[in-house]
Write a protein that binds this ligand. Structure first.
Ligand SMILES: [Zn+2]
Ligand SMILES: [Zn+2]
Length: 294
């Protein structure tokens, strides 16, 4: 089990590495550039190398890149769809430079079209993005909360997409807040086991590469994506105790994307990290780097 955070690269990669170390991250997720603009990063070889070496020295692994929010692989607007594929390829290139395990993507929205049409476009986009590439990084498909006409709010949809696109070079990320909002009841061990059983059935658990560990402000099945501090939302402490003690998730990287107040980012992250650590059964607790004041 490895625990980490999404950290900002706003001040550069080495600042991100320092932020990760302050949070005792054992794994991290970053944006390669601002998530709400199309312009992507211009790489600096020396900076990239220092980041890779720094992560290795701090035993931070695996590294994940989260693709920008603008991407819509399910879009019927062909200009937007093409641009999304191009940016995804760019992100895969960044992932290879940083020896990242993969690029996490939201599958997007089918807009006015039936969801099946959106799913088919996602399959084509994944094929295009992987075409002729020798990328080692995977494209990691994240489940959605199901807002709008978004693709991928059920594991069956993700399973179908993987089956049609071919599993090579793909992976899956389950976000606990999105799953809960989409109707998976993660408040109990039974609910969690049912979801994992379904994951095994529709794409196979080895495809699951990452869990986004977020509590949910919104209620079960609300299809609204609102993250909350661990244990303080609708999933609650018992739900996270179940997630963090489930044998099938014992080897999983967990990345938190929990809320943070401006100027109190570190404090809020460390509060969530302390809560998470307390919810891991003692026998399963990985060797964890000490926190300030411990
Ligand atoms: Zn997420
Ligand atoms: Zn979310």
């Amino acid at each position: 089990m490895r625990i980490g955070f999404h950290v900002s690269v706003g001040g550069g990669l080495l600042k991100a590495l320092r932020e990760a170390q302050l949070r005792r991250c054992q794994t991290i997720q970053v944006f390669s550039a601002a998530p709400s603009v199309w312009k992507r990063r211009t790489h600096d070889d020396a900076e990239d190398r220092a980041f890779v070496e720094g992560c290795a020295a701090a035993a931070i692994s695996p590294i994940f890149i989260h693709a920008p929010y603008l991407l819509n692989l399910a879009s019927g607007d062909m200009a937007l769809w093409e641009q999304s594929i191009e940016v995804l390829r760019h992100e895969l290139d960044a992932a290879d430079r940083w020896r990242a395990e993969g690029v996490v993507v939201h599958l997007g929205s089918a807009g006015e079209d039936p969801v099946e049409a959106g799913m088919e476009r996602v399959v084509q986009a994944l094929n295009r993005a992987r075409e002729g590439s020798c990328d080692k990084a995977r494209i990691i498909l994240e489940n959605s909360a199901g807002q709008g006409n978004s693709v991928g709010h059920t594991l069956e949809q993700i399973g179908q997409i993987i089956e049609q696109a071919g599993a090579d070079g793909l992976g899956v990320c389950i976000d606990t807040a999105h799953a809960f909002a989409a109707g998976y009841d993660l408040r109990t061990v039974q609910g969690l086991s049912a979801m994992l059983g379904q994951a095994e059935e529709v794409f196979g658990l080895p495809m699951l590469r990452l869990v986004h560990l977020n509590d949910s402000k919104s209620t079960l099945g609300s299809r609204v994506d609102r993250h909350e501090h661990i244990g303080r939302g609708q999933i609650g402490r018992e739900g996270f105790r179940a997630v963090l003690s489930h044998p099938l998730l014992a080897e999983m990287p967990f990345i938190m994307e929990t809320p943070k107040r401006v100027k109190h980012e570190l404090e809020d992250d460390l509060t969530n990290l302390r809560r998470v650590r307390k919810l891991i059964p003692i026998a399963m607790r990985p060797p964890l780097p000490a926190l300030p004041g411990e």
